[in-house]
Ligand binder design. Sequence first.
Ligand code: DC
Length: 223
Amino acid sequence: MKRVIVAIDGPAGAGKSTIARRIAEKTGFVYIDTGAMYRAVALWALRANVDLSDMHKLEELAKAAKLVFLDGGAGMELNGENVSAEIRTPEVASAASKVAAVTAVRRALVEKQREIAANASVVMEGRDIGTVVFPDANVKVYLDADQDVRAKRRAQDLIEADTAKIAKEIADRDKRDSSRPDSPMMQAPDAVYLDSSGLDLDQVEEAILKLIRDRTSNGKEIH
Ligand code: DC
């Protein structure tokens, strides 16, 4: 069987990472969290005091960044340092959204993302996977959930009591991510829209596994 690409896009807190990781475990495909790549570049920029509007410097960092996924994609190494925890702060999330609006940064990271999937079947999650990175992906899902559900989930992840603060942070980020000119967050026309608000993880997982089975086992789409 040829390489299979499963693209999962959607806003912050929709449950993409958890689901993508579970799908990767079930299928044996490689799990790729592209947001972690933008976060790692943002972390480097913050540490190096690079102005987040300095496109040239940001491009240099994105090109030079040595990014290695750890622990089956759950962790991230930046230039030899394990930054898995450091990239998860709200400050880095917000910086990642800003850095991700820079075309040259996107170009550098999309190239790395395509390289990773060159010889492997992947479950790749982000904002532009089904639209830009892999427009020919075998399976495309746009995973969404109500805003308050997403804020609560994110607050739980971060062990942050102030859900209203988190709600504002993700609303700001979603607005920036969906309104940027280059590769804005949006549903690909051929993506399946899945609202996870009222579903548990098993139900979302089963819906996506069914799509993968339908699209890959009958030989119609995999040659
Ligand atoms: O998925 P995440 O929350 O870890 O992503 C962090 C930021 O990175 C997000 O706000 C926008 C950006 N991003 C992007 O622009 N394109 C992607 N494919 C993945 C993330």
